[in-house]
Design a protein around this ligand. Sequence first.
Ligand SMILES: O=C([O-])CC(=O)C(=O)O
Ligand SMILES: [Mg+2]
Length: 224
Amino acid sequence: MIRVSTKFDRPEPDLVKQLSAFSSATIHEAQGRLGALDSAIKPVDHTMSLCGPAFTVQCAPRDNLMLQTAIAYARPGDVVVVSAGNYEEAGSFGDVLANACQSKGLAGLITDTGVRDTEDLRALGFPVFSRSVSIKGTVKETVGPMCEPITVGGVLVRPGDIMRADADGVVVVRREDAAEAAVASQERIDAEAGFIAAYREGRTVIEMCGLAPVLAAKGLVIEE
Ligand SMILES: O=C([O-])CC(=O)C(=O)O
Ligand SMILES: [Mg+2]
């Protein structure tokens, strides 16, 4: 017998809301360039984005039994996060399962394997992030861990960690670091706003970033 528990602590909804205001790239930088999943994991449509606690599940490659089970047990607002061996040649999720997710109020799906029915997924507007798109079907044979730490896209994801994903990619924020990441993200946005305003006023990148001494020290002479 294999026993799995679906109990884990979820972050405060307010923290999830705060992080949802920042892009995946901003959060990644703000938390010290950590937490970015492999860049190959991308949304099915560039307009898709999500932010929510991870409901983790481990699947065997080309087998979506545990993914279907996870969808049944995940709670509204959760992001189902799937580790399935980076297997690209399987469409383990499509419009049928997306309807099951959406009707439950799940926030989205992130998987290191493939999905299919992408036209329908776009029409549905359910946020799906995957390594590949494949029409090849999956079997439903292998049971495995659910709501346990998993590795997805080269990064450790624990149940209840916060997933933020947008057109650029996916980042994970450790639940205990979420408040700090939100503050650091806002500081980064404020600093960037200063740079953008300066550039709009005609200041140069060389000036704003103090590049002249750096370039000189490296022996670069620029002739105009
Ligand atoms: O049925 C499956 O295994 C995946 C799929 O295509 C869907 O959810 O529509
Ligand atoms: Mg289908």
